[in-house]
Design a protein around this ligand. Structure first.
Ligand code: ZN
Length: 289
């Protein structure tokens, strides 16, 4: 009888301890982790980075308001801050969602190239930024933005000033950033095509391009699969942001195969939904939804 009492007591004690631990885990999640969510916004790009220093960074906003719903899934309802908004280039599938985000969130700074493009959406986005007096950083040369003692955002492309200029291929004007946290790296490549990749592979060494996680450029299109570039990056995880049954036939099957044959784990937002990756500064893990 006594033995049974102790056994029951032990079971109840363990259950209570597990419950307390679970509540703490939910209320105080591991704050040493950097989290990157490749948001499922259909045919377009939108990536939310949550740094262990409390910053929210949004790279692109997808083609419509879907990004607002996705952000509310990733951020607590009280958190309406985007510390840094990055527009890689002003094509609609990267830009349109950012207009609503700027209206509903408090945006600290904007990073973009300042390149000329005549779409109504781009004008609306620029107007909103002007009205809100959001400070702007022009990505006109390689530079680093320090995020905290162990993290930085490294702007590696474009390597020249495009502000007030037209670009013959807007995709190749995309801002490319490398995010470093501890010993782990993420590379975000916008929609750059072969020409820009060749330039990057030519000017940067393997050390500067190497990344654990690669956001595959241009929704995995045929021109995104430059072999030299993939080899220099040497990613273990690749994420393709793409809409289901899109009219462009993205991603290109050969690009996906090439990555898989090289042993890269490939995730796609059309199949996997929002893809969440976390880093503790040493290791990368893909979080289950
Ligand atoms: Zn695009």
């Amino acid at each position: 009888m006594k033995r049974e009492f102790y056994r029951n007591f032990f079971v109840v004690f363990c259950a209570a301890a597990a419950a307390v631990f679970a509540v703490f885990w939910i209320v105080f999640p591991n704050s040493d982790e950097l989290k990157v969510a490749f948001l499922d916004v259909g045919q377009g790009d939108a990536v939310l980075i949550k740094t262990p220093y409390g910053q929210n960074i949004l790279i692109d906003g997808g083609p419509d308001k879907t990004v607002e719903r996705r952000l509310s899934e990733e951020l607590p309802w009280r958190d309406k801050r985007i510390d840094l908004m990055v527009l890689t280039h002003p094509h609609g599938d990267h830009l349109v969602g950012l207009i609503g985000v700027m209206k509903r969130y408090e945006v600290g700074r904007i990073l973009y190239t300042g390149v000329i493009h005549s779409s109504a959406a781009y004008r609306a986005w620029l107007e909103e930024a002007r009205e809100k007096k959001i400070p702007v950083i022009i990505a006109d040369r390689p530079r680093k933005i320090k995020l905290g003692p162990n993290g930085e955002l490294n702007i590696i492309y474009p390597r020249r000033n495009l502000a007030g200029k037209t670009a013959s291929n807007l995709n190749n004007s995309s801002v490319v950033v490398k995010l470093r946290y501890g010993e782990t790296d993420f590379l975000f490549t916008g929609d750059i095509e072969s020409e820009a990749k060749q330039e990057l592979a030519g000017v940067y060494g393997a050390d500067e391009l190497r990344a654990d996680v690669l956001k595959v450029a241009h929704h995995g299109s045929a021109d995104s699969g430059n072999r030299e570039f993939f080899e220099k990056v040497g990613a273990k995880i690749a994420v393709i942001q793409v809409g289901a049954n899109n009219e462009f036939g993205h991603p290109d099957r050969r690009v996906v195969k090439r990555l898989e044959r090289a042993g890269v784990r490939v995730f796609r937002t059309d199949i996997n939904g929002t893809v969440r990756v976390a880093s503790d500064g040493k290791e990368i893990k893909v979080l289950r939804p």
